[in-house]
Structure formats: structure tokens, C-alpha cells
Design a binder for this molecule. Structure first.
Ligand SMILES: Nc1ncnc2c1ncn2[C@@H]1O[C@H](COP(=O)(O)OP(=O)(O)OP(=O)(O)O)[C@@H](O)[C@H]1O
Ligand SMILES: [Mg+2]
Length: 331
């Protein structure tokens, strides 16, 4: 599949008083045209920092992009000026955040917030932009769109605000949408509706989506592929089927056991992963999961495993799956 986005060997750190938090450590992945890729992982694994780096929305300082490339439509976003990025954000790449109340401007009517991008990026005249804005509100399932266009964010419910966010993010028909926990603040029924709206919009516009979520139901319902992050690294990637049916990395298996699923049986308890992620000021030299892994071998403490491939689409970084694991085990 032709990629719309390729993240290559991305390293991002934060300067803090105690040293340098190495939040993203050599992340590689690609997103195909029209594809939905989910990024999952425990809190602090580097999902949002990766997303914000792609959008160049990460405050610097304290952050520093140490190395890597973010190739979007053949161009490295990390080499763009802030002004060039402003032209790309909203137009070619849209973003939706967890809490629409902090990302929507409470002092401006929602209609104006939708048309702003259309006027800025697509040179639409006011009347045309308004027409398109109302059409977008209708498409994301907002009734009485004409009247709603003239209301403020606080006049909308949480689910409706998230629909407005989707309308704003997709108004200029971006090729890529990055959604960072778009359903986390919503109750289950509304979550399902928002996932439905996103899927519907993707079908309509062919948008590629990066979906960051803790919700395996959202992953199963939307994602073509899944990226599992741990301690700033990608430890496993595969199609949704590969990750759910045949997880390779002990961390992925632990994550699947620890997060709720739609098909969760009542007698099937959630089992948290014992221990805590490593301190990213001094990340371990070996596999970052070794200290919490019930299968850890001596080599795991000392050398970070290279990627091994279960299939063309399924990669994991774990010594257990290394072709020479037997020798490693017995050494
Ligand atoms: N402004 C900052 N200053 C210092 N460290 C930061 C800053 N922002 C993020 N970090 C660190 O970077 C790491 C990755 O954070 P990130 O927000 O990407 O996690 P996440 O995977 O999105 O987690 P969550 O699921 O909780 O949203 C964490 O260790 C975090 O403490
Ligand atoms: Mg986050």
C-alpha cells in the first residue's frame, strides 16, 4: 500500500531538571492511503508525543526532536518552517483531541470555528464557507445544523462537541487525521456513535487515520493495523487480526489482558501488568520490558532485541522470537 506517512527512526526528548526524558526512542511506522492505524500502549509510552511531533505541535523547549524523519506526501515535516507547517495543519493533516472543550475555542461560535480553516486554506468566500460548514455539521450527525452553526461550544453536549471537532478537522478534506483518544471522555454509547461517525467520514473522504486509544473495542472496530508502543519504542506491529489473535510480544499479551474488550465476559477479569514502566531519563540498555516480563532471559537485560518478522505485516521486538532464541535460551 502506498504510504501517506512514514515515521523514520524518530527520537524525541524533554529536558527536565533531573536530565533528559527520552520519550520517543527510534520509532518507525508507516500509514497507507485510506488506512486506519491504531497506536496503543500504557500511559507514558510516547503515543501523544509521537502524534504531536508529526503535527509539530510539541512545545520546544522543553522538547527536542533529536533525530528522525516524518515523511508526509513525500516531504519531511521535520524540515518545514513553522509557517509552512501552519499551511499543512488543518488543510492536509487534521487532528482531534481527547477533550474538545480545551481544543474548541469557548468564546467563538462553532460555525466560525469551522469556516476559519475553509477561508484560510481553501480561499472560500464567507457564504460558500458557511454552506460547507453547515454541510459538515450535517454529515457528522448534528441536527438543526443551520441553527447549531450559530451556537457556542458550551451549548453542545460532550458527544456533540466531539462531532463538531470531527467536522472542523475534516472540513478541508485532509489526507490524514490524527485522533488522540477522541472517545475517552465520552460514555460508551456516545463512544460507539463517534467511532461510527469517523468510519463514515473515512469512507466518504478516503482519509487515512492514526487513532490513539486505550479502548480495544475502538481498535477492533476501526483499525486495519495496530502499533504497540512501550517506553518510547514500537515493540510490536501487525494487522488488527494478527495483534488480537496472535500477539507475539509478552507486553502486547499483557496489554490485551489488562484492557477491557467489547466481548469481555463477566467471569473474565482484567489482569493488570505487574510493575511500572522504566524511567525514561535512564532507559534500560536491554529490552525495556525485561524487568516486568515473566519470560525474561539474561540477554533481555543486556541487549534491546532487533525486530523479527512473523509475517510481512507482523513485527515484534522480543528475544523469544529471535530465530536463534533456542541458543540464546541455553546460553
Ligand atoms: N512536557 C513534558 N516534559 C517532560 N516530559 C514529558 C512532557 N510531555 C511528555 N513527557 C514524557 O514523555 C513520555 C511520553 O508521554 P506521552 O504523553 O507521549 O504518553 P502517552 O503514551 O500519550 O500516555 P497517555 O496514554 O497517558 O496519554 C512520558 O514519560 C512523559 O512523562
Ligand atoms: Mg497521550
Amino acid at each position: 500500500m502506498e504510504p501517506i506517512l512514514e515515521v523514520k527512526d524518530l527520537h524525541v526528548s524533554f529536558s527536565v531538571r533531573g536530565g533528559e526524558v527520552k520519550a520517543v526512542r527510534g520509532v518507525n511506522f508507516a500509514v497507507g492511503k485510506g488506512e486506519t492505524v491504531a497506536i496503543v500502549g500504557e500511559s507514558g509510552s510516547g503515543k501523544s508525543v509521537t502524534a504531536q511531533t508529526i503535527m509539530r505541535l510539541i512545545p520546544s523547549p522543553p522538547s527536542k526532536i533529536k533525530s528522525g524523519q516524518v515523511i508526509f506526501n513525500g516531504q519531511d515535516l521535520l524540515a518545514k518552517t513553522n509557517k509552512q507547517m501552519e499551511a499543512i495543519r488543518g488543510k492536509d493533516i487534521g487532528m482531534i483531541f481527547q477533550d474538545p472543550m480545551t481544543s474548541l475555542n469557548p468564546t467563538i461560535k462553532v460555525g466560525k470555528q469551522i469556516t476559519e480553516g475553509l477561508i484560510k486554506h481553501q480561499n472560500l468566500a464567507q457564504a460558500e464557507a458557511k454552506q460547507r460548514g453547515i454541510e459538515m455539521l450535517k454529515l457528522v450527525g448534528i441536527k438543526n445544523a443551520e441553527a447549531r452553526f450559530n451556537q457556542y461550544p458550551h451549548e453542545f453536549s460532550g458527544g456533540m462537541r466531539q462531532r463538531v471537532m470531527i467536522a472542523i478537522a475534516l472540513a478541508c478534506r485532509p489526507a490524514l487525521l490524527i485522533a488522540d483518544e477522541p472517545t475517552t471522555a465520552l460514555d460508551v454509547t456516545i463512544q460507539a456513535q463517534i467511532v461510527g461517525v469517523m468510519k463514515d467520514m473515512q469512507k466518504r473522504f478516503g482519509t487515512s487515520i492514526i487513532m490513539i486509544t486505550h479502548d480495544l473495542g475502538v481498535v477492533a472496530g476501526m483499525a486495519d493495523r495496530v502499533i504497540v508502543m512501550y517506553a518510547g519504542e514500537v515493540v510490536e506491529t501487525g494487522t488488527s487480526m494478527e495483534i488480537f489473535k496472535n500477539p507475539q510480544h509478552p507486553y502486547t499479551r499483557g496489554l490485551l489482558r489488562s484492557l477491557p474488550r467489547i466481548d469481555q465476559r463477566k467471569d473474565e477479569p482484567l489482569i493488570p501488568i505487574v510493575g511500572t514502566p522504566p524511567d525514561l531519563i535512564k532507559p534500560p540498555v536491554g529490552c525495556p520490558f525485561a524487568a516486568r516480563c515473566e519470560h525474561a532471559m539474561k540477554v533481555c537485560q543486556n541487549i534491546d532485541p532487533a525486530p523479527t518478522h512473523e509475517s510481512d505485516t507482523h513485527m515484534s521486538r522480543c528475544w523469544l522470537h529471535h530465530p536463534m532464541a533456542q541458543e540464546v535460551k541455553s546460553s
